[in-house]
Design a protein around this ligand. Structure first.
Ligand code: NAD
Length: 433
């Protein structure tokens, strides 16, 4: 032992990384703590998962249409790149914080490892309410943000994608801005692009399709028929809207929905196609004529078989978990359930299909898009959907088995599988220098 080695101790986590920090990052750290006893000798590396590799905070100034200058705060966090380049969406929302983006990036590391796509985890965001911006302002914001994070993103470094309030158009602006800056058209720098611009067929629906596919799979395991099942869906955007449409097509009844504009209820089941058209035209479910309005708090207690949170994190908490009637919760959103609520649901016998596998369909087809961009050879939608379903079902079967083996929740089982893959890669690569 060298004379100084006794002085070298692990440094305490910086305050902003600590578990008692409320919010999604605290939730994530508690999830890692729960899985650590199952990691065997790899637990030696677990600290890696508790610290993001890289956090970039950027100032995003834009000129508003009225001539004034507005500044927004933007982030790009690369949580872990042991298994490959960073991968994860970009969120535009007024409540985005660094700690939220850190948690979302960490869940991307877990999710990408859980479905075994060759990526690490990353996420980005801008603290802005995009609904208050004109189209021109939104484009300037997107382009300036992309330029600012251009230091760390790239087709083999870190590949953004859509998330809350970002879509194909925003991905097209991001791709164009990055391409202008590097002097070549680099379609592989983002996924979730328009199909005519290197995007993939099936990407827009992929997350909702994954929620549906794995929901059906999990329902079979608990003997819950989809035909006639009653569904409640929070968030009726890309993920919730598509999942609701697929479940309804399979014979389920969507009895309740909630989004940022209100909550609705219809015992006989909502007309999902009509509601999607209403949301497209009006920006939210509020004011839809084909249902009764429901008090927002009453949404969680609605009599249903399947509950799909598909909006934001931290929605199912100790305060409302006890009201949940569903037999199964499918987490379309990232981080919708707090650890306390997880325990309550477990005690009530509710099966929770966790985000880190339930909504992995999006990143799986993003991976297909990235592969297609590199090879400049594009697949048919049937081919894409078949490969998606195969990957998700295989991943789910492995996770189900681990859950049975260790008698743990599907969340812990998914974390066991994913953390082992990430930390094995970490160990094999070794530390540099
Ligand atoms: P989106 O912007 O298309 O839709 C978001 C939905 O959430 C909207 O219906 C909105 O009204 C609702 N919402 C926002 N704030 C709300 C509130 N306070 N209460 C109730 N509803 C509220 O976003 P999306 O892409 O559907 O993402 C939804 C969730 O799914 C997020 O957690 C996101 O991280 C996750 N996710 C998305 C993808 C993807 O491919 N888009 C992939 C994996 C996970």
């Amino acid at each position: 032992m060298s004379p100084t080695s006794g002085l070298v101790t692990a440094h305490a986590l910086p305050s902003y990384l600590q578990a008692d920090h409320l919010g999604p990052w605290g939730t994530y750290l508690q999830q890692v703590d729960r899985v650590t006893p199952y990691l065997g000798h790899l637990a030696r590396w677990v600290e890696t998962l508790k610290r993001p590799k890289r956090c970039l905070i950027v100032d995003v100034p834009i000129e508003l249409d009225n001539g004034t200058i507005a500044h927004f705060e933007g982030y790009r966090v690369q949580h872990n790149t042991s298994r490959g380049p960073g991968k994860g969406g970009v969120r535009f929302h007024q409540d985005v914080t660094l700690s939220e983006v850190m948690a979302l990036s960490a869940w991307m590391s877990i999710k990408n490892a859980a479905v075994n796509v060759p990526y690490g985890g990353a996420k980005g965001g801008v603290r802005v309410d995009p609904r208050l911006l004109s189209r021109g302002e939104l484009e300037r914001l997107t382009r300036r943000y992309t330029s600012e994070i251009g230091l760390v993103i790239g087709p083999t470094k870190d590949i953004p994608a859509p998330d809350v309030n970002t879509n194909e158009q925003i991905m097209a602006w991001m791709m164009d801005t990055y391409s202008m800056n590097v002097g070549e058209t680099a379609t592989g720098v983002v996924t979730g692009k328009p199909v005519h611009l290197g995007g993939s067929l099936g990407r827009r629906e992929a997350t909702g399709r994954g929620v549906f596919t794995l929901g059906v799979e999990a329902a079979q395991h608990i003997g819950l028929p989809i035909e006639g099942a009653r569904l409640a869906v929070q968030g009726f955007g890309n993920v919730g809207g598509v999942a609701a449409k697929l479940f309804a097509a399979a014979g389920a009844r969507v009895v309740a929905v909630q989004d940022h504009t209100g909550s609705l209820y219809r015992e006989a089941g909502l007309d999902v196609a009509a509601l999607l058209a209403h949301v497209q035209a009006q920006g939210g479910v509020g004011g839809f004529a084909g249902a009764e309005p429901l008090a927002n708090d009453a949404f969680w207690g609605v009599d249903c078989d399947i509950l799909i949170p598909a909006a934001l994190e931290g929605q199912i908490t100790a305060a409302n978990a006890g009201q949940i009637q569903a037999r199964m919760v499918i987490e379309g959103a990232n981080g919708p359930t707090t650890p306390e609520a997880d325990d309550i649901l477990h005690d009530q016998g509710v099966l929770v299909l966790p985000d880190v596998i339930a909504n992995a369909g999006g990143v799986t087809v993003s991976y297909f898009e990235w592969v297609q961009d590199f090879s400049s050879f594009f697949w048919s939608e049937d081919e894409i959907n078949a490969r998606l379903v195969r990957i998700l079902k295989e991943a789910f079967a492995g996770i189900w088995q681990v859950a049975q083996e260790h008698k743990v929740s599907l969340r812990t089982a998914t974390f066991i599988v994913a953390c082992q893959r990430i930390l094995y890669a970490r160990e094999m690569r070794g530390l540099y220098p």
